[in-house]
Design a protein around this ligand. Structure first.
Ligand code: GLY
Length: 315
């Protein structure tokens, strides 16, 4: 039996030690992933998950998250969830307390979070509000000038600015969704994904992070995989599931990630940005792939004192 392992995408390193503490004490992969992801969601310096996540085009933070277990492929997810800072925990509640369903969105997800006793918070921090204002301020005023009211030209300008943002956003650094995958001492696996989604997205847009097969897949017969980056591509590629299917066919995790990304890369997409994949097998092998040199993922085993970084193979 391999020892416990936990891996995560860029910026998960802030949460992985909490997950490994749980695994070392014999705790479950589900508990470990949730605890690790909550640390990431609560990190105010991270503008791509949870509190301080970048908002949609109307300035409202909408969060997607999911959890999948390997033994029975149980899945719980929430999408376009407003006002609740830890969507990963609400996703867990869907998985455990609402087994007749797998995915709740928007108002229904918020109603369920309230019924479960989760507390609300203002997710738009001063820093994230400022970033949004700079880029997509919703204003009835002229784009520039003496507050004469918006002309048709102003409206056209604003809509072309939005178009530009959709095309170019984000950003500095890697896309911000976080993937965390754990293998516990009993051999169970869990994959968790959390995100505030594409910055300045159309309100109600749901990405791959909430969708089984696209951003998240876990099957104890072969392993677990998750994606970060352009969710519309991994939805169309079924990318997380493709990674796991390729591992089931004998590929190692890094090879499988690269092949699944290569498949998604064949799809036409005018809004293409990078897609990354990460995977772990039930015997503790791990790997990842990305479109850029120098991309890494974080890893902790039972003997780790802190997260180590491993290179992803390049597409
Ligand atoms: N991969 C995150 C998203 O597209 O929302």
């Amino acid at each position: 039996m391999p020892g416990a392992v936990i891996i995560g995408s860029e910026r998960s390193e802030i949460g992985l030690p909490a997950g490994m503490d749980i695994l070392r004490r014999g705790g479950s992969a589900l508990d470990a992933v949730e605890a690790a992801m909550r640390r990431c969601e609560d990190n105010p310096a991270d503008h791509y998950v949870g509190t301080a996540g970048l908002p949609n085009a109307q300035g409202v933070v909408e969060l997607d998250a999911s959890l999948m277990l390997g033994s029975g492929r149980q899945f719980g997810a929430v999408a376009a969830l407003r006002d609740y800072p830890n969507p990963i925990s609400v996703a867990r509640a869907v998985l455990e307390k609402l087994p007749q369903h797998s995915l709740l969105v928007g108002e229904g997800a918020a109603l369920f979070a309230k019924e479960c006793g989760f507390t609300t918070a203002d997710l738009l921090t001063d820093a994230s509000r400022e970033q949004w204002r700079k880029q997509v301020a919703d204003s009835r005023e002229a784009v520039e000038g003496e507050n004469t009211g918006a002309t048709e030209g102003d409206r056209r300008y604003r809509s072309s600015a939005l178009e530009l943002i959709r095309r170019l956003a984000p950003h500095d650094g890697p896309w911000g969704t976080i993937n965390i995958i754990a293998l516990d001492a009993s051999g169970e696996m869990c994959v968790g994904v959390s995100t505030s989604g594409f910055p300045y997205k159309y309100p109600g847009r749901v990405g791959d992070s909430a969708l089984p097969g696209a951003g998240n897949w876990c099957d104890l017969r072969a392993g677990g995989a998750a994606c970060t980056g352009r969710g519309e591509l991994s939805m169309r590629g079924g990318t997380a599931r493709t990674v796991v299917d390729l591992m089931a066919a004998g590929q190692d995790p890094a090879q499988a990630c690269r092949a699944a990304l290569a498949d998604a890369a064949t799809l036409p997409d005018d809004y293409r940005s990078e897609l990354r994949a990460l995977a772990l097998t039930p015997d503790g092998r791990h790997g990842g792939a990305a479109g850029q040199e120098g991309s890494v993922y974080a890893l902790m085993t039972e003997s780790s004192t802190e997260p180590e970084f491993r290179p992803r193979v390049v597409l």
